[in-house]
Design a protein around this ligand. Structure first.
Ligand code: F6R
Length: 608
Protein backbone atom coordinates (compact mmCIF):
# COMPACT_ATOMS: atom_id res chain seq x y z
CA UNK A 1 0.00 0.00 0.00
CA UNK A 2 1.07 3.64 0.24
CA UNK A 3 4.75 4.20 0.95
CA UNK A 4 6.44 6.99 2.89
CA UNK A 5 10.03 8.08 2.93
CA UNK A 6 11.50 11.23 4.46
CA UNK A 7 15.02 12.63 4.79
CA UNK A 8 16.94 15.27 6.71
CA UNK A 9 20.71 15.47 6.52
CA UNK A 10 23.73 16.71 4.60
CA UNK A 11 22.92 15.15 1.20
CA UNK A 12 20.51 16.26 -1.52
CA UNK A 13 17.12 14.96 -0.41
CA UNK A 14 15.29 14.52 -3.75
CA UNK A 15 17.41 11.73 -5.32
CA UNK A 16 17.42 9.93 -1.97
CA UNK A 17 13.65 10.14 -1.71
CA UNK A 18 13.24 8.80 -5.26
CA UNK A 19 15.59 5.93 -4.46
CA UNK A 20 13.63 5.13 -1.29
CA UNK A 21 10.30 5.30 -3.12
CA UNK A 22 11.67 2.95 -5.77
CA UNK A 23 12.32 0.38 -3.03
CA UNK A 24 8.71 0.79 -1.89
CA UNK A 25 7.23 0.33 -5.38
CA UNK A 26 6.50 -3.31 -4.59
CA UNK A 27 3.87 -2.27 -2.07
CA UNK A 28 1.60 -1.17 -4.95
CA UNK A 29 0.71 2.44 -5.86
CA UNK A 30 -0.98 4.60 -8.48
CA UNK A 31 0.77 7.97 -8.09
CA UNK A 32 3.79 9.50 -6.40
CA UNK A 33 5.10 12.82 -5.15
CA UNK A 34 7.78 14.65 -3.20
CA UNK A 35 7.97 17.86 -1.16
CA UNK A 36 11.37 19.45 -0.60
CA UNK A 37 12.27 22.29 1.74
CA UNK A 38 14.60 24.34 -0.47
CA UNK A 39 15.54 26.73 2.33
CA UNK A 40 13.11 29.37 1.15
CA UNK A 41 10.04 27.42 -0.04
CA UNK A 42 8.32 24.05 -0.05
CA UNK A 43 8.66 22.67 -3.56
CA UNK A 44 6.04 20.01 -4.31
CA UNK A 45 5.98 17.83 -7.44
CA UNK A 46 3.54 14.97 -8.09
CA UNK A 47 2.74 12.60 -10.93
CA UNK A 48 0.04 10.04 -11.58
CA UNK A 49 1.23 6.61 -12.68
CA UNK A 50 4.64 5.05 -12.29
CA UNK A 51 7.45 6.59 -10.26
CA UNK A 52 9.38 7.08 -13.50
CA UNK A 53 6.87 9.81 -14.47
CA UNK A 54 7.74 11.72 -11.31
CA UNK A 55 11.44 11.10 -11.84
CA UNK A 56 11.21 12.40 -15.43
CA UNK A 57 9.44 15.55 -14.26
CA UNK A 58 12.30 16.49 -11.95
CA UNK A 59 15.27 15.23 -13.92
CA UNK A 60 15.83 12.25 -11.62
CA UNK A 61 15.73 14.55 -8.63
CA UNK A 62 18.45 16.90 -9.85
CA UNK A 63 16.07 19.80 -10.42
CA UNK A 64 15.09 20.39 -6.81
CA UNK A 65 17.78 21.18 -4.27
CA UNK A 66 17.31 20.86 -0.54
CA UNK A 67 18.40 18.79 2.45
CA UNK A 68 14.96 18.08 3.91
CA UNK A 69 12.04 16.38 2.20
CA UNK A 70 9.25 13.82 2.17
CA UNK A 71 8.10 11.45 -0.56
CA UNK A 72 5.10 9.23 -1.06
CA UNK A 73 3.64 6.53 -3.27
CA UNK A 74 -0.16 6.52 -3.07
CA UNK A 75 -2.59 3.62 -3.33
CA UNK A 76 -5.97 5.31 -3.63
CA UNK A 77 -8.52 4.96 -0.84
CA UNK A 78 -10.34 8.32 -0.67
CA UNK A 79 -10.56 9.93 -4.09
CA UNK A 80 -9.59 8.27 -7.35
CA UNK A 81 -5.97 8.11 -8.55
CA UNK A 82 -5.06 11.57 -9.89
CA UNK A 83 -2.38 14.19 -9.49
CA UNK A 84 -4.55 16.38 -7.27
CA UNK A 85 -5.28 13.48 -4.91
CA UNK A 86 -1.70 12.30 -4.72
CA UNK A 87 0.59 13.25 -1.84
CA UNK A 88 2.22 15.39 -0.48
CA UNK A 89 -0.77 17.57 0.33
CA UNK A 90 -0.10 21.20 1.06
CA UNK A 91 -2.03 23.40 3.48
CA UNK A 92 -3.88 26.47 2.19
CA UNK A 93 -1.22 29.04 3.17
CA UNK A 94 1.53 26.75 1.99
CA UNK A 95 3.15 26.31 5.42
CA UNK A 96 2.88 22.51 5.60
CA UNK A 97 3.36 19.57 3.27
CA UNK A 98 2.07 16.20 4.48
CA UNK A 99 2.33 12.58 3.40
CA UNK A 100 0.04 10.03 5.00
CA UNK A 101 -0.60 6.30 5.09
CA UNK A 102 -3.83 5.06 6.66
CA UNK A 103 -7.34 6.43 6.86
CA UNK A 104 -8.59 9.42 8.88
CA UNK A 105 -12.00 8.13 9.91
CA UNK A 106 -13.47 11.46 11.08
CA UNK A 107 -12.16 13.49 8.15
CA UNK A 108 -15.62 14.51 6.91
CA UNK A 109 -16.52 16.05 10.25
CA UNK A 110 -13.16 17.88 10.48
CA UNK A 111 -13.45 19.03 6.88
CA UNK A 112 -16.88 20.54 7.58
CA UNK A 113 -15.52 22.41 10.61
CA UNK A 114 -12.57 23.74 8.63
CA UNK A 115 -14.77 24.73 5.67
CA UNK A 116 -16.92 26.78 8.07
CA UNK A 117 -13.73 28.54 9.12
CA UNK A 118 -12.91 29.50 5.56
CA UNK A 119 -10.38 26.79 4.74
CA UNK A 120 -10.44 25.81 1.08
CA UNK A 121 -9.74 22.25 -0.10
CA UNK A 122 -8.38 21.16 -3.44
CA UNK A 123 -8.46 17.34 -3.23
CA UNK A 124 -10.95 14.60 -2.35
CA UNK A 125 -8.66 13.00 0.21
CA UNK A 126 -8.74 12.49 3.95
CA UNK A 127 -5.03 13.42 4.04
CA UNK A 128 -5.55 17.00 2.94
CA UNK A 129 -7.70 17.45 6.05
CA UNK A 130 -4.62 16.69 8.16
CA UNK A 131 -2.49 19.23 6.29
CA UNK A 132 -5.17 21.91 6.73
CA UNK A 133 -5.78 21.00 10.37
CA UNK A 134 -2.08 21.29 11.23
CA UNK A 135 -1.96 24.75 9.70
CA UNK A 136 -5.22 25.71 11.42
CA UNK A 137 -3.84 24.74 14.85
CA UNK A 138 -0.32 26.01 14.19
CA UNK A 139 0.97 28.35 16.89
CA UNK A 140 4.70 28.31 16.00
CA UNK A 141 5.21 25.46 18.48
CA UNK A 142 5.25 22.26 16.40
CA UNK A 143 4.94 19.86 19.33
CA UNK A 144 1.96 21.72 20.72
CA UNK A 145 0.35 21.80 17.29
CA UNK A 146 0.87 18.10 16.62
CA UNK A 147 -0.43 17.21 20.06
CA UNK A 148 -3.69 19.03 19.27
CA UNK A 149 -3.89 17.25 15.91
CA UNK A 150 -3.31 13.86 17.55
CA UNK A 151 -6.14 14.54 19.97
CA UNK A 152 -8.49 15.49 17.14
CA UNK A 153 -7.97 12.96 14.36
CA UNK A 154 -9.31 9.40 14.54
CA UNK A 155 -8.38 6.35 12.52
CA UNK A 156 -5.01 5.14 11.37
CA UNK A 157 -2.12 7.28 10.29
CA UNK A 158 1.59 7.37 9.60
CA UNK A 159 2.42 11.00 8.87
CA UNK A 160 5.53 12.68 7.51
CA UNK A 161 5.45 16.46 7.65
CA UNK A 162 7.65 19.39 6.64
CA UNK A 163 6.96 22.95 7.77
CA UNK A 164 8.11 26.05 5.90
CA UNK A 165 9.11 27.74 9.20
CA UNK A 166 11.25 24.75 10.27
CA UNK A 167 13.96 24.12 7.66
CA UNK A 168 15.86 21.92 10.13
CA UNK A 169 13.04 19.64 11.28
CA UNK A 170 11.29 16.62 9.85
CA UNK A 171 8.12 15.80 11.77
CA UNK A 172 6.50 12.37 12.12
CA UNK A 173 3.54 10.93 13.96
CA UNK A 174 1.75 7.61 13.78
CA UNK A 175 -1.12 5.45 14.98
CA UNK A 176 -1.99 1.93 13.76
CA UNK A 177 -0.02 2.38 10.55
CA UNK A 178 3.69 1.56 10.48
CA UNK A 179 6.36 4.25 10.56
CA UNK A 180 10.00 3.89 11.43
CA UNK A 181 12.84 6.33 11.94
CA UNK A 182 16.23 5.41 10.49
CA UNK A 183 19.16 6.77 12.45
CA UNK A 184 22.19 7.73 10.39
CA UNK A 185 25.37 9.76 10.89
CA UNK A 186 24.38 13.40 10.55
CA UNK A 187 21.30 12.29 8.67
CA UNK A 188 18.01 10.72 9.66
CA UNK A 189 15.12 9.16 7.79
CA UNK A 190 11.51 8.19 8.16
CA UNK A 191 9.94 5.35 6.22
CA UNK A 192 6.92 3.12 6.18
CA UNK A 193 9.16 0.13 5.56
CA UNK A 194 12.80 -0.70 6.32
CA UNK A 195 13.55 -1.60 2.68
CA UNK A 196 13.29 2.10 1.71
CA UNK A 197 16.28 3.12 3.80
CA UNK A 198 18.30 -0.03 4.46
CA UNK A 199 21.02 1.03 1.99
CA UNK A 200 21.77 4.07 4.25
CA UNK A 201 21.10 2.80 7.77
CA UNK A 202 20.12 -0.29 9.69
CA UNK A 203 19.58 1.39 13.06
CA UNK A 204 15.90 1.85 13.51
CA UNK A 205 13.45 3.35 15.97
CA UNK A 206 9.88 2.21 15.68
CA UNK A 207 7.36 4.87 16.62
CA UNK A 208 4.64 3.57 18.90
CA UNK A 209 0.98 4.47 18.58
CA UNK A 210 0.25 8.18 19.04
CA UNK A 211 3.89 9.18 19.31
CA UNK A 212 5.24 12.36 17.75
CA UNK A 213 8.86 12.64 16.58
CA UNK A 214 10.78 15.82 15.89
CA UNK A 215 13.72 14.80 13.79
CA UNK A 216 16.80 16.94 13.13
CA UNK A 217 19.80 15.75 11.16
CA UNK A 218 21.70 14.91 14.36
CA UNK A 219 18.92 14.38 16.91
CA UNK A 220 15.62 12.57 17.26
CA UNK A 221 13.19 13.51 20.03
CA UNK A 222 10.05 11.49 20.64
CA UNK A 223 6.97 12.50 22.63
CA UNK A 224 3.62 10.94 23.45
CA UNK A 225 0.55 12.76 22.22
CA UNK A 226 0.36 14.74 25.46
CA UNK A 227 3.86 16.16 24.90
CA UNK A 228 5.67 13.98 27.47
CA UNK A 229 9.16 12.86 26.40
CA UNK A 230 9.51 9.12 25.75
CA UNK A 231 12.71 7.17 25.35
CA UNK A 232 12.59 5.07 22.20
CA UNK A 233 14.54 1.82 22.04
CA UNK A 234 16.52 1.53 18.77
CA UNK A 235 17.10 -1.85 17.15
CA UNK A 236 19.39 -3.10 14.42
CA UNK A 237 18.15 -4.76 11.22
CA UNK A 238 20.45 -7.42 9.82
CA UNK A 239 18.62 -8.26 6.57
CA UNK A 240 20.91 -9.00 3.71
CA UNK A 241 20.63 -6.19 1.11
CA UNK A 242 20.85 -8.65 -1.79
CA UNK A 243 17.53 -10.18 -0.68
CA UNK A 244 15.89 -6.92 -1.64
CA UNK A 245 17.51 -6.98 -5.12
CA UNK A 246 16.50 -9.17 -8.08
CA UNK A 247 19.94 -10.86 -8.36
CA UNK A 248 19.57 -11.63 -12.07
CA UNK A 249 16.01 -12.96 -11.96
CA UNK A 250 13.45 -11.38 -14.25
CA UNK A 251 10.99 -10.95 -11.38
CA UNK A 252 11.13 -10.87 -7.61
CA UNK A 253 8.41 -13.51 -7.58
CA UNK A 254 10.55 -16.06 -9.43
CA UNK A 255 13.54 -15.18 -7.27
CA UNK A 256 11.48 -15.69 -4.13
CA UNK A 257 10.05 -18.98 -5.42
CA UNK A 258 13.59 -20.20 -6.09
CA UNK A 259 14.75 -19.03 -2.65
CA UNK A 260 12.32 -21.30 -0.85
CA UNK A 261 14.67 -24.20 -0.05
CA UNK A 262 16.97 -21.70 1.68
CA UNK A 263 14.16 -19.83 3.44
CA UNK A 264 12.61 -23.07 4.72
CA UNK A 265 16.01 -24.26 5.91
CA UNK A 266 16.68 -20.97 7.70
CA UNK A 267 13.33 -21.15 9.45
CA UNK A 268 13.67 -24.76 10.54
CA UNK A 269 17.34 -25.58 11.05
CA UNK A 270 18.23 -23.19 13.90
CA UNK A 271 15.18 -24.45 15.79
CA UNK A 272 16.27 -28.07 15.78
CA UNK A 273 19.06 -28.72 18.25
CA UNK A 274 20.36 -32.20 19.04
CA UNK A 275 17.31 -33.76 17.41
CA UNK A 276 14.85 -31.65 19.44
CA UNK A 277 12.63 -28.74 18.48
CA UNK A 278 13.65 -25.68 20.48
CA UNK A 279 11.29 -22.72 20.30
CA UNK A 280 13.03 -20.18 22.51
CA UNK A 281 10.40 -17.54 21.86
CA UNK A 282 7.54 -19.65 23.11
CA UNK A 283 6.49 -19.21 26.74
CA UNK A 284 4.20 -22.21 27.21
CA UNK A 285 4.46 -24.79 29.95
CA UNK A 286 2.86 -28.21 29.60
CA UNK A 287 0.25 -27.00 32.04
CA UNK A 288 -0.53 -23.93 29.87
CA UNK A 289 -0.96 -26.19 26.84
CA UNK A 290 -3.25 -28.57 28.66
CA UNK A 291 -5.52 -25.69 29.64
CA UNK A 292 -6.07 -24.56 26.04
CA UNK A 293 -9.73 -25.29 25.23
CA UNK A 294 -9.50 -24.29 21.57
CA UNK A 295 -7.19 -22.64 19.07
CA UNK A 296 -8.43 -19.77 16.90
CA UNK A 297 -6.37 -18.89 13.86
CA UNK A 298 -6.79 -15.42 12.33
CA UNK A 299 -5.16 -14.20 9.12
CA UNK A 300 -5.86 -12.82 5.65
CA UNK A 301 -5.23 -14.05 2.12
CA UNK A 302 -2.39 -16.53 1.72
CA UNK A 303 -1.64 -16.38 5.45
CA UNK A 304 -5.24 -17.51 5.96
CA UNK A 305 -4.53 -20.43 3.63
CA UNK A 306 -1.59 -21.39 5.84
CA UNK A 307 -4.06 -21.28 8.72
CA UNK A 308 -6.28 -23.67 6.76
CA UNK A 309 -3.43 -26.18 6.52
CA UNK A 310 -2.68 -25.60 10.20
CA UNK A 311 -6.25 -26.46 11.20
CA UNK A 312 -5.91 -29.93 9.65
CA UNK A 313 -2.52 -30.46 11.28
CA UNK A 314 -3.28 -29.18 14.77
CA UNK A 315 -6.54 -31.10 14.97
CA UNK A 316 -4.86 -34.27 13.74
CA UNK A 317 -1.86 -34.35 16.00
CA UNK A 318 -2.82 -32.08 18.89
CA UNK A 319 -6.44 -33.21 19.18
CA UNK A 320 -7.60 -29.69 20.11
CA UNK A 321 -10.46 -27.97 18.29
CA UNK A 322 -9.27 -25.34 15.83
CA UNK A 323 -11.30 -22.52 14.28
CA UNK A 324 -9.87 -20.60 11.38
CA UNK A 325 -11.38 -17.22 10.60
CA UNK A 326 -10.59 -14.53 8.06
CA UNK A 327 -9.37 -11.64 10.21
CA UNK A 328 -11.71 -9.04 8.70
CA UNK A 329 -14.68 -11.20 9.72
CA UNK A 330 -13.40 -12.18 13.14
CA UNK A 331 -13.86 -8.93 15.01
CA UNK A 332 -17.43 -8.34 13.87
CA UNK A 333 -18.74 -11.86 14.45
CA UNK A 334 -18.78 -11.67 18.23
CA UNK A 335 -16.24 -14.47 18.60
CA UNK A 336 -16.49 -16.78 21.61
CA UNK A 337 -13.14 -16.12 23.25
CA UNK A 338 -11.85 -16.28 26.80
CA UNK A 339 -8.53 -16.86 28.54
CA UNK A 340 -8.62 -20.59 27.75
CA UNK A 341 -8.37 -19.84 24.02
CA UNK A 342 -5.07 -19.65 22.19
CA UNK A 343 -5.25 -17.26 19.26
CA UNK A 344 -2.67 -17.71 16.53
CA UNK A 345 -2.31 -14.83 14.10
CA UNK A 346 -0.31 -15.31 10.91
CA UNK A 347 1.12 -12.40 8.92
CA UNK A 348 4.11 -11.82 6.69
CA UNK A 349 4.19 -8.04 7.04
CA UNK A 350 3.02 -7.93 10.63
CA UNK A 351 1.10 -4.80 9.63
CA UNK A 352 -2.11 -6.12 8.06
CA UNK A 353 -4.77 -3.88 9.59
CA UNK A 354 -7.49 -6.55 9.67
CA UNK A 355 -5.24 -9.08 11.40
CA UNK A 356 -4.01 -6.49 13.88
CA UNK A 357 -7.56 -5.43 14.72
CA UNK A 358 -8.68 -9.05 15.17
CA UNK A 359 -5.68 -9.77 17.39
CA UNK A 360 -6.51 -6.77 19.60
CA UNK A 361 -10.13 -7.90 19.80
CA UNK A 362 -8.99 -11.36 20.92
CA UNK A 363 -6.60 -9.93 23.52
CA UNK A 364 -9.28 -7.70 24.97
CA UNK A 365 -11.36 -10.86 25.59
CA UNK A 366 -8.51 -12.38 27.57
CA UNK A 367 -7.03 -14.74 24.98
CA UNK A 368 -3.31 -15.32 24.74
CA UNK A 369 -2.02 -14.39 21.28
CA UNK A 370 0.82 -16.16 19.54
CA UNK A 371 1.85 -14.70 16.19
CA UNK A 372 3.76 -16.10 13.25
CA UNK A 373 5.33 -13.04 11.66
CA UNK A 374 8.11 -12.21 9.19
CA UNK A 375 8.89 -8.58 9.98
CA UNK A 376 10.72 -8.05 13.25
CA UNK A 377 9.34 -5.21 15.36
CA UNK A 378 6.12 -4.96 13.32
CA UNK A 379 2.83 -3.96 14.95
CA UNK A 380 1.47 -7.52 15.12
CA UNK A 381 4.74 -8.76 16.64
CA UNK A 382 4.67 -5.94 19.17
CA UNK A 383 1.08 -6.57 20.21
CA UNK A 384 1.40 -10.35 20.62
CA UNK A 385 2.19 -12.31 23.78
CA UNK A 386 4.52 -14.64 21.89
CA UNK A 387 6.05 -14.35 18.43
CA UNK A 388 7.70 -16.95 16.24
CA UNK A 389 9.48 -15.23 13.37
CA UNK A 390 9.58 -16.85 9.95
CA UNK A 391 12.99 -15.41 9.03
CA UNK A 392 12.16 -15.38 5.32
CA UNK A 393 13.94 -12.04 4.81
CA UNK A 394 12.21 -9.24 2.89
CA UNK A 395 9.54 -10.43 0.49
CA UNK A 396 9.14 -7.97 -2.35
CA UNK A 397 6.75 -9.55 -4.89
CA UNK A 398 3.17 -8.72 -4.00
CA UNK A 399 2.16 -12.37 -4.39
CA UNK A 400 3.63 -14.21 -1.45
CA UNK A 401 5.58 -17.42 -1.95
CA UNK A 402 8.51 -17.78 0.45
CA UNK A 403 6.58 -16.20 3.32
CA UNK A 404 3.79 -18.76 2.79
CA UNK A 405 6.34 -21.59 2.82
CA UNK A 406 8.11 -20.40 5.95
CA UNK A 407 4.80 -19.86 7.73
CA UNK A 408 3.97 -23.51 6.96
CA UNK A 409 7.35 -24.52 8.37
CA UNK A 410 6.60 -22.70 11.63
CA UNK A 411 3.20 -24.39 11.80
CA UNK A 412 4.88 -27.82 11.59
CA UNK A 413 7.45 -26.90 14.25
CA UNK A 414 4.74 -25.63 16.54
CA UNK A 415 2.36 -28.54 16.05
CA UNK A 416 5.03 -31.21 16.53
CA UNK A 417 6.51 -29.41 19.54
CA UNK A 418 3.15 -28.97 21.25
CA UNK A 419 1.92 -32.48 20.44
CA UNK A 420 5.07 -33.98 21.91
CA UNK A 421 4.85 -31.83 25.04
CA UNK A 422 1.29 -33.06 25.51
CA UNK A 423 2.33 -36.69 24.82
CA UNK A 424 -0.04 -36.86 21.85
CA UNK A 425 2.70 -38.30 19.66
CA UNK A 426 5.31 -40.92 20.49
CA UNK A 427 9.07 -40.38 20.47
CA UNK A 428 9.26 -42.38 17.19
CA UNK A 429 6.64 -40.17 15.55
CA UNK A 430 8.43 -37.07 16.87
CA UNK A 431 11.76 -38.22 15.43
CA UNK A 432 10.21 -39.17 12.14
CA UNK A 433 8.47 -35.78 11.80
CA UNK A 434 11.75 -33.99 12.52
CA UNK A 435 13.45 -36.11 9.92
CA UNK A 436 10.81 -35.14 7.34
CA UNK A 437 11.11 -31.48 8.31
CA UNK A 438 14.82 -31.50 7.63
CA UNK A 439 14.25 -33.15 4.24
CA UNK A 440 11.85 -30.44 3.05
CA UNK A 441 14.45 -28.05 1.55
CA UNK A 442 16.04 -30.70 -0.69
CA UNK A 443 12.63 -32.02 -1.81
CA UNK A 444 11.51 -28.47 -2.69
CA UNK A 445 14.80 -28.11 -4.59
CA UNK A 446 13.97 -31.27 -6.58
CA UNK A 447 10.63 -29.80 -7.67
CA UNK A 448 12.20 -26.48 -8.61
CA UNK A 449 14.74 -28.29 -10.78
CA UNK A 450 11.78 -29.45 -12.86
CA UNK A 451 10.35 -26.01 -13.43
CA UNK A 452 10.49 -26.27 -17.22
CA UNK A 453 7.84 -29.00 -17.15
CA UNK A 454 5.52 -26.64 -15.31
CA UNK A 455 6.39 -23.92 -17.82
CA UNK A 456 5.32 -26.22 -20.66
CA UNK A 457 1.94 -26.78 -18.96
CA UNK A 458 1.58 -23.01 -18.51
CA UNK A 459 2.11 -22.62 -22.29
CA UNK A 460 -0.80 -25.00 -22.90
CA UNK A 461 -3.20 -23.33 -20.50
CA UNK A 462 -2.36 -19.63 -20.46
CA UNK A 463 -5.41 -18.77 -22.57
CA UNK A 464 -7.93 -20.47 -20.27
CA UNK A 465 -10.78 -18.30 -19.02
CA UNK A 466 -11.72 -20.41 -15.98
CA UNK A 467 -9.69 -22.89 -14.02
CA UNK A 468 -10.74 -25.13 -11.15
CA UNK A 469 -8.49 -26.44 -8.41
CA UNK A 470 -9.73 -29.44 -6.45
CA UNK A 471 -8.39 -31.48 -3.57
CA UNK A 472 -9.33 -33.04 -0.26
CA UNK A 473 -8.07 -32.28 3.24
CA UNK A 474 -4.69 -30.48 3.10
CA UNK A 475 -4.76 -30.77 -0.69
CA UNK A 476 -7.88 -28.63 -0.61
CA UNK A 477 -6.14 -26.04 1.59
CA UNK A 478 -3.28 -25.92 -0.95
CA UNK A 479 -5.80 -25.66 -3.81
CA UNK A 480 -7.04 -22.43 -2.23
CA UNK A 481 -3.52 -21.03 -2.38
CA UNK A 482 -2.88 -22.28 -5.94
CA UNK A 483 -6.09 -20.66 -7.11
CA UNK A 484 -5.36 -17.36 -5.35
CA UNK A 485 -1.82 -17.24 -6.78
CA UNK A 486 -3.13 -17.76 -10.29
CA UNK A 487 -5.89 -15.19 -10.17
CA UNK A 488 -3.95 -12.47 -8.44
CA UNK A 489 -1.10 -12.36 -10.93
CA UNK A 490 -2.56 -13.74 -14.19
CA UNK A 491 -6.12 -12.34 -13.79
CA UNK A 492 -7.55 -15.69 -14.88
CA UNK A 493 -10.68 -16.53 -12.96
CA UNK A 494 -10.27 -19.64 -10.86
CA UNK A 495 -12.00 -21.42 -8.01
CA UNK A 496 -10.76 -23.88 -5.44
CA UNK A 497 -13.18 -26.56 -4.31
CA UNK A 498 -13.10 -29.48 -1.93
CA UNK A 499 -13.17 -32.28 -4.50
CA UNK A 500 -16.17 -33.98 -2.93
CA UNK A 501 -18.21 -30.76 -2.99
CA UNK A 502 -18.15 -30.17 -6.76
CA UNK A 503 -21.11 -32.40 -7.44
CA UNK A 504 -23.22 -30.40 -5.00
CA UNK A 505 -23.47 -27.58 -7.50
CA UNK A 506 -20.30 -26.31 -9.09
CA UNK A 507 -19.82 -29.24 -11.42
CA UNK A 508 -22.42 -27.52 -13.61
CA UNK A 509 -19.66 -25.07 -14.57
CA UNK A 510 -17.44 -27.80 -16.00
CA UNK A 511 -17.74 -27.99 -19.76
CA UNK A 512 -15.75 -29.33 -22.69
CA UNK A 513 -12.13 -28.21 -22.23
CA UNK A 514 -12.39 -26.65 -18.74
CA UNK A 515 -9.05 -27.08 -16.96
CA UNK A 516 -9.27 -28.80 -13.59
CA UNK A 517 -6.08 -28.97 -11.53
CA UNK A 518 -6.53 -31.95 -9.23
CA UNK A 519 -4.30 -32.40 -6.18
CA UNK A 520 -4.05 -36.00 -5.01
CA UNK A 521 -1.14 -36.31 -2.61
CA UNK A 522 -2.96 -37.76 0.38
CA UNK A 523 -2.59 -41.55 0.54
CA UNK A 524 -5.76 -42.19 2.49
CA UNK A 525 -7.90 -40.08 0.17
CA UNK A 526 -6.27 -41.08 -3.09
CA UNK A 527 -9.06 -43.39 -4.31
CA UNK A 528 -11.66 -40.73 -3.55
CA UNK A 529 -9.69 -38.28 -5.69
CA UNK A 530 -9.54 -40.79 -8.53
CA UNK A 531 -13.36 -40.89 -8.50
CA UNK A 532 -13.59 -37.10 -8.46
CA UNK A 533 -11.18 -36.84 -11.39
CA UNK A 534 -13.30 -39.32 -13.35
CA UNK A 535 -16.42 -37.29 -12.56
CA UNK A 536 -15.02 -34.09 -14.06
CA UNK A 537 -13.46 -35.87 -17.00
CA UNK A 538 -16.84 -37.41 -17.81
CA UNK A 539 -18.13 -33.81 -18.14
CA UNK A 540 -15.41 -32.80 -20.59
CA UNK A 541 -12.77 -31.38 -18.22
CA UNK A 542 -9.09 -31.44 -19.09
CA UNK A 543 -7.31 -32.67 -15.97
CA UNK A 544 -3.85 -31.64 -14.82
CA UNK A 545 -3.20 -33.86 -11.81
CA UNK A 546 -0.59 -33.42 -9.12
CA UNK A 547 0.46 -36.43 -7.12
CA UNK A 548 3.41 -38.23 -5.53
CA UNK A 549 5.76 -40.80 -7.07
CA UNK A 550 3.85 -43.56 -5.30
CA UNK A 551 0.71 -42.75 -7.29
CA UNK A 552 2.41 -42.09 -10.60
CA UNK A 553 -0.21 -44.21 -12.39
CA UNK A 554 -2.65 -41.31 -11.91
CA UNK A 555 -1.24 -40.03 -15.18
CA UNK A 556 -3.22 -42.75 -16.95
CA UNK A 557 -6.54 -41.12 -16.14
CA UNK A 558 -5.25 -37.53 -16.35
CA UNK A 559 -4.50 -35.46 -19.43
CA UNK A 560 -1.33 -34.12 -17.84
CA UNK A 561 0.42 -35.04 -14.64
CA UNK A 562 2.91 -33.48 -12.25
CA UNK A 563 4.72 -35.91 -10.00
CA UNK A 564 6.37 -34.62 -6.81
CA UNK A 565 8.46 -36.29 -4.10
CA UNK A 566 6.89 -37.69 -0.94
CA UNK A 567 7.05 -36.61 2.70
CA UNK A 568 4.52 -37.40 5.43
CA UNK A 569 0.94 -36.35 4.49
CA UNK A 570 1.06 -33.58 7.08
CA UNK A 571 3.91 -31.77 5.29
CA UNK A 572 2.85 -32.37 1.68
CA UNK A 573 1.56 -28.77 1.43
CA UNK A 574 5.16 -27.54 1.37
CA UNK A 575 5.82 -29.58 -1.75
CA UNK A 576 2.51 -29.44 -3.60
CA UNK A 577 2.31 -25.64 -3.45
CA UNK A 578 5.57 -25.22 -5.40
CA UNK A 579 4.28 -26.38 -8.85
CA UNK A 580 1.19 -24.24 -8.31
CA UNK A 581 3.30 -21.13 -7.61
CA UNK A 582 5.38 -21.85 -10.72
CA UNK A 583 2.28 -22.48 -12.81
CA UNK A 584 0.77 -19.13 -11.78
CA UNK A 585 4.09 -17.39 -12.44
CA UNK A 586 4.59 -18.81 -15.93
CA UNK A 587 0.96 -18.28 -16.97
CA UNK A 588 1.17 -14.62 -15.86
CA UNK A 589 4.52 -14.25 -17.62
CA UNK A 590 3.15 -15.63 -20.88
CA UNK A 591 0.19 -13.27 -20.62
CA UNK A 592 2.58 -10.34 -20.17
CA UNK A 593 1.19 -9.36 -16.75
CA UNK A 594 2.96 -7.09 -14.29
CA UNK A 595 3.93 -10.04 -12.09
CA UNK A 596 5.57 -8.32 -9.13
CA UNK A 597 2.97 -5.55 -8.95
CA UNK A 598 -0.38 -6.99 -10.02
CA UNK A 599 -3.11 -4.46 -10.72
CA UNK A 600 -5.09 -3.11 -7.76
CA UNK A 601 -3.08 -5.11 -5.21
CA UNK A 602 -0.83 -3.90 -2.41
CA UNK A 603 1.83 -5.81 -0.55
CA UNK A 604 1.03 -4.65 2.90
CA UNK A 605 -2.66 -3.92 3.47
CA UNK A 606 -2.58 -1.36 6.25
CA UNK A 607 -6.20 -0.23 6.02
CA UNK A 608 -9.25 -2.20 7.08
C1 F6R B 1 -1.32 -13.18 -1.59
C2 F6R B 1 -0.87 -12.31 -0.50
C3 F6R B 1 -1.91 -11.79 0.43
C4 F6R B 1 -1.36 -11.75 1.86
C5 F6R B 1 -2.39 -11.09 2.78
C6 F6R B 1 -1.90 -11.05 4.22
O1 F6R B 1 -0.26 -13.58 -2.40
O2 F6R B 1 0.28 -12.01 -0.38
O3 F6R B 1 -3.07 -12.54 0.36
O4 F6R B 1 -1.10 -13.06 2.27
O5 F6R B 1 -2.64 -9.78 2.35
O6 F6R B 1 -0.74 -10.31 4.34
P1 F6R B 1 0.21 -10.50 5.58
O7 F6R B 1 0.73 -11.88 5.55
O8 F6R B 1 1.27 -9.46 5.42
O9 F6R B 1 -0.64 -10.26 6.80
Amino acid sequence: MCGIVGYIGYDQATPLLLEGLKKLEYRGYDSAGVAIHTGSELKVVKAQGRLQMLSDKINNGNNIKGFLGIGHTRWATHGKPSEKNSHPHVSQLGKFAVVHNGIIENYIQIKEELLKNGVKFVSDTDTEVVAQLIEYYYDADILNTMSKVANKIEGSYALGIVCLDKPNELIAMRKSSPLIIGIGKNENFIASDVTAIISRTRDIIRLNDEEIAIIKKDKVTVYDKNKNRVTPIPFHVDWNISTSEKSGYEHFMLKEIMEQPKSIMETIKPRIKDGKIVLDDLNFSKDDLEKISKICIIACGSAYHVGFVAKYIFEKILRKPVEITIASEFRYMDPIIDDSVLVISISQSGETADTLAALREAKSSGAKVLSIVNVVGSSIANDSDDVIYTWAGPEIAVATTKAYSTQLSVVYLLAIHMAYMLSKITKEQYDSYINDLLLLPEKVEEILANKDTIKSFAQKFCNCKNIFFIGRNIDYAVSLEGSLKLKEISYIHSEAYPAGELKHGTISLIEEGTLVVALATNDMLFDKMVSNIKEVKARGAVVLSLTTEKHKDLEEISDFNICIPQVCDMMMASLSVIPLQLFAYYVAHLKGCDIDKPRNLAKSVTVE
